[in-house]
Write a protein that binds this ligand. Structure first.
Ligand SMILES: Nc1ncnc2c1ncn2[C@@H]1O[C@H](COP(=O)(O)OP(=O)(O)OP(=O)(O)O)[C@@H](O)[C@H]1O
Length: 476
């Protein structure tokens, strides 16, 4: 028989839950205060599940939860909370609660199902399911306890409609985690839309987020839907939220408070049901203290905060990540020697998994189909040239800069020198061809995660030509 403990100071709630679950054949014990809770002899009485209200007159539900989990770790705890205490309920999940439910109970069937699911859940099976789902979203869970707990927490909050704030250093996996939250949520069949708030101007960001009417500004030749509209019932991922301007922050706050927004140039309001996941490299709490970020918006966004650990704090995950990153390039038959892995584990990874991914790609590219990568093949010392930030815009920019510098030099030579040294200019042109060629190949490899076939296809050149360009690189 299932033994259920209900802790709630509202007598009617206790009576209702007692009736509901007794009818299902459970043995239900109800207590109405912390004092009554502590009168239970937990050494004698075993509970399979407990439903605990967070707010009790004589104590805090969290402390009861901690006590119960310490005495009976296998007992599944379900937190009961009002809307205003959802954030604390999420904290409770970090302390061992399996789930939470909001009061007043709207749908009794959902409530019954939630408890049934908890009682029937097999922890091993569940973990297996979560890890597989994560892998499908491109997220390797790894061995470290820190990350395992984080992913399980992310999975649980994915089921709710609360806003999530993801914090972590650059390249630590904030975007992949947000995609996982979307895939694990009941919204997984709806769109996932991501936008980087730091990458575009304020006016463009406003129009991207909220859309615009025809004629709203110069160049607005057509009406356009914004991301809040396109996301519909799906997930909107706001990356680098700390970089959103004060004006955009006000507009976001309004949407979060009212769920309403207006297209630029329109006075009609539209409603959104999208779930917001925001991410930041910067500690948002500190940004609030520096008056760089609105406090009210911060509280709206961080109902749940997920902190992704830096790669240097989870080095035990490097072997699994390396395997995943190698497979991602389509070269699963290549392995890394133990010494090579050790070398990777000794490094501090300021650019986190993105930097690791770049190093792996670079190593595989230069090792040219070697079956086993040795420590010597890994070029960490050149990491200054490995772009840590998202590369495509930077890479394009670097090609443009190159061309521009070269053009300036050539014009200066034409104007300053009396005699034109054609031989030298032709040599420089050859040099430029090779530099730009290499840069474009490296960009294509970056975009295709090092997959040479795919890169050659995108550049519309043969594999032989691609190898030729890369081999030239080896010689320089
Ligand atoms: N747990 C993981 N498993 C596998 N790959 C990962 C994991 N975390 C991150 N990556 C890979 O690392 C790279 C960077 O990840 P992502 O873009 O999610 O980082 P980010 O924290 O959002 O970066 P930024 O701060 O620059 O926005 C991507 O190629 C991603 O696929």
């Amino acid at each position: 028989m299932i033994h259920l403990l209900v802790v709630d100071d509202e007598k009617e709630v206790g009576t209702f839950l007692s009736r509901l679950f007794s009818m299902k054949g459970y043995h239900v014990q109800v207590v109405n205060s912390g004092k009554e809770f502590h009168q239970i002899d937990f050494n004698q009485q075993r509970f399979d599940a407990a439903m605990i209200d967070l707010k009790l007159p004589d104590c805090d539900g969290l402390s009861l939860l901690q006590y119960l989990k310490q005495k009976q770790p296998l007992c599944k705890a379900l937190i009961m909370t009002g809307y205003s205490t959802v954030k604390t309920a999420v904290e409770a999940m970090k302390l061992g609660a399996s789930d939470y439910m909001e009061k007043p109970f709207v749908d009794i069937e959902v409530l019954e199902k939630q408890l049934d699911n908890l009682l029937n859940e097999n922890d091993d099976l569940n973990q297996h399911f979560i890890h597989n789902l994560a892998k499908e979203s491109g997220l390797i869970v790894g061995e470290s306890l820190l990350i395992k707990e984080l992913i399980e927490m992310a999975f649980k909050v994915a089921q709710k409609s609360v806003n999530v704030l993801i914090e972590g250093e650059t390249g630590s996996g904030k975007e992949v985690l947000s995609r996982f939250i979307h895939s694990a949520s009941p919204r997984s069949h709806e769109p996932f839309i991501g936008i980087n708030c730091g990458a575009i101007s304020e006016s463009l960001l406003e129009s991207e987020l909220f859309g615009h009417e025809k004629g709203a500004f110069t160049g607005a030749t057509q009406q356009r839907k914004g991301f809040f509209e396109i996301a519909g019932n799906g997930t909107l991922f706001l990356d680098e939220i700390a970089d959103a301007s004060p004006a955009i922050q006000v507009k976001l706050l309004r949407v979060l408070e009212t769920r309403e927004f207006m297209r630029v140039g329109s006075s009609g309001t539209l409603r959104t049901n999208a779930r917001l996941v925001a991410a930041s490299n910067e500690n948002l709490q500190q940004a609030v203290e520096k008056n760089k970020f609105r406090e009210d918006l911060f509280y709206r966004l961080n109902v749940v905060t997920l902190d992704i650990p830096a790669l240097r704090n989870r080095k035990e995950d490097i072997p699994l990540l390396v395997r995943h990153l190698v497979e991602r390039t389509g070269q699963a038959d290549i392995s890394f020697s133990n010494e090579a892995i050790e070398k990777l584990q000794q490094y501090d990874w300021p650019g986190n998994i993105r930097e690791l991914s770049n190093v792996i790609m670079r190593t595989l590219t230069l090792a040219d189909h070697k079956q086993e990568i040795s420590a010597n093949d890994i070029l960490l010392s050149t990491n200054q040239v490995i772009p840590i930030k998202k590369d495509p815009p930077n890479a394009n920019q670097s090609t443009e800069n190159h061309l521009e510098e070269w053009r300036k030099q050539l014009v200066a030579d034409f104007n300053e020198k009396d005699e034109l040294m054609l031989e030298e200019i032709l040599k420089e042109i050859k040099q430029l061809e090779s530099t730009i060629g290499k840069e474009l190949v490296m960009q294509a490899l970056q975009k295709t995660y090092g997959n040479r076939n795919e890169a050659a296809k995108r550049l519309q050149i043969s594999m032989r030509k691609l190898r030729y360009i890369l081999n030239e690189k080896n010689q320089t």
